[in-house]
Design a binder for this molecule. Structure first.
Ligand code: ADP
Ligand code: MG
Length: 258
């Protein structure tokens, strides 16, 4: 299977083939129907922020997109390849989908540089020299080029999260998924991580960001998706969904968090 990243688009995002296409996605855990027919298209270079109350299925949606969870029904296409097909080589898909978690998930027994090179070498077959070069480039992008020999425990939470971003970027993903990347951080460390994400967005990275940072969503998102009870309740530009929500459930949520 080959997954070719879509050509970069300078034109209207609406015309471009989607990087991610979710159709009628359902996911149950036992009797608990968590996703109830999600539809989502993400076009190249688009930044989609997903907001919604705890338990609404936001993490489950992201985890289905990179196949950490398998869909109960419905389809997900990544770069045109149906990843919900059970015969798919999921490792080949995951290379194109970078994920950043709330809890960083760095390998604590490895240095920062090793964290950023091991998957490049194992999965992409890059030489040590090439993997190191790519890792250093990405550590520089997140402002940590001088911390390659540190261990994660020697870094602040914000620095660890930026290493996690550099690690994901080092696989040259076509899309980056962020699941509440700043929720575990002390407030004074949130800004640096959001600023790295803002830079990525400006550089044209396609991103799905689950976040409670409404100011970030307003500023950086091309589109905001409000989820509740396993469905997309409302979706549109931030000025509409956050600034002038149409659905009572969206309004009630925003009244609580703003
Ligand atoms: P959110 O990220 O919006 O807070 P989640 O996607 O984490 O929501 O969870 C949605 C629902 O799915 C919750 O009821 C949660 O308990 C359930 N859930 C999530 N992951 C699992 C799992 N691995 N096993 C069983 N239930 C799960
Ligand atoms: Mg979650």
């Amino acid at each position: 299977m080959t997954l070719t990243p879509p050509a970069t688009t300078e034109g209207t995002a609406a015309d471009a083939a989607p990087v991610v296409q979710v159709r009628d996605l359902h996911k149950s855990f036992g009797d608990n129907l968590v996703l109830r027919g999600i539809e989502l298209d993400v076009t190249p270079g688009e930044v989609v922020c997903v907001i919604g109350p705890s338990g609404s299925g936001k993490s489950t949606l992201l985890r289905c997109v990179n196949q950490l969870e398998s869909a109960t029904s419905g389809t997900i296409r990544v770069l045109g390849t149906e990843i919900t097909d059970p015969d798919i080589n999921i490792d080949a898909v995951r290379q194109h989908v970078g994920m950043v978690f709330q809890q960083f998930n760095l390998f604590t027994h490895q240095t920062v540089l090793e964290n950023c090179t091991v998957a490049q070498r194992k999965v992409l077959g890059r030489s040590k020299a090439e993997a190191t070069k790519v890792a250093l480039h990405n550590l520089e992008r997140v402002g940590l080029a001088d911390r390659g020999s540190a261990h994660p425990t020697q870094l602040s939470g914000g620095q660890q999260q930026r290493v996690a971003i550099a690690r994901a970027l080092s696989m040259d993903p076509s899309i980056m998924l962020f699941d509440e990347p700043t929720s575990a951080l002390d407030p004074e460390l949130v800004g640096d991580v959001l600023s790295v994400m803002r830079d990525l967005a400006q550089q044209g990275m396609t991103m799905i960001v689950v976040t409670h940072e409404m100011a970030f969503a307003r500023e950086v998102a091309d589109r905001v998706v409000f989820m509740d009870g396993g469905v997309v309740v409302e979706s549109g530009p931030p000025a509409q969904v956050i600034g002038d929500p149409q659905e009572p459930r969206t309004r009630a949520f925003l009244d609580r968090v703003l």
